[in-house]
Design a binder for this molecule. Sequence first.
Ligand code: ATP
Ligand code: MG
Length: 375
Amino acid sequence: MHLSRLTLRHFRNLGTQDLELPPEGVAIIGDNAQGKSNLLEAIYYLETFRSFRGARDDQLVAFGEGVFRVTGELVAVDGSEQPAAQVAAAYEKKGKRKKVTVDGVEPERVGDALGRVAAVVFSPADVELVSGGPSVRRRYLDIVLSLSAPGYLHALQEFRKILVRRNAALKDGQPGAVVMAWDHGLVRSGAAVVEARRDWVQSRCRAFDEYYSAVSGGVGARMAYRSSVHLDGARGEQDIAEAYRDALVASSEREQRNGTTVVGPHRDDVVLRLEDEGDDLDLRDYGSGGQRRTAALALRLVEARTIRETRGREPMILLDDVFAELDGGRSERVLGLMEREETGQVVLTAPKEGDIRIRRDALPRWRIADGRVAA
Ligand code: ATP
Ligand code: MG
């Protein structure tokens, strides 16, 4: 499967354009602020129906316009001309309305349309995955798992809904019984979220380590799920639910004092550590810029691998000028990895021709200026 056609209307500065993308992908060259990241943002919007840069939908509508629309056509790699799927998304600023369709049909929930493009974005801002606060890493897990684990998104949404109500009760100083009325649902949905996250992190820890050392050319790194609920010995969802219930009981005084729920998946984190001559250093606190970028790349590579494993498709790789900040050795090794791993279509952006390092001769060059793409 690859994205064969991308139609844009009033998405950021991209105007109205109809682009035909080659199956192998394309390298897009343009000066700063011409629309390179905007274009990748538009493509990835069809994967998650959100901005990968964390922008609100209304910010994606071109200045002075009321609605944006992005449409993508995905076709089978074997070259059959028949579009295998069409994914479209539109957002209307005034009514704050988002409409998503797959093959012209609006799914019951937007969540049902997620992940059709099977894409991963690599961006310089990814370093935040390592340097940023726990919420950034939770968001990473939530996206990866929403796209790969059946039922995850539903459990997460359920958990969030209940959490909001429970927190409102705590904030209002409602009696314990009112707060506790939410516990059953909170524990059930929360345990499902925690289990999926923990299992994913555990089962991908090895791959993360391998990618990290492949890029660093030396030492490895580890990732571990750190839960605010004590999970020692908790095996399945049932065990986790019990541990969560115990943790709620144990924290009830603290949550009344703080007026909010203090344990659960909304307080969890992924710890990323560097193995350094027997020492175990938290990359967030002790990693150099390059080490953090390497760990962020490794997380994206694990994400791409998850797509390959769970969706049985070669991931589409969107590279937003990512080699700008890595040293020569590291860039070469990342490139080697990306060439070795089975990746599908590649869309990469760079300010200069010389910055194109992947599939150097295989990718056609397009230019972008003032939002207009020209082959
Ligand atoms: P760099 O090389 O610096 O990363 P870039 O080519 O990736 O640059 P983008 O981030 O894609 O640049 O585009 C930035 C441009 O898009 C800016 O000029 C900005 O003003 C414009 N822009 C952003 N949002 C909108 C919008 N909603 N409507 C119109 N233009 C917008
Ligand atoms: Mg950019």
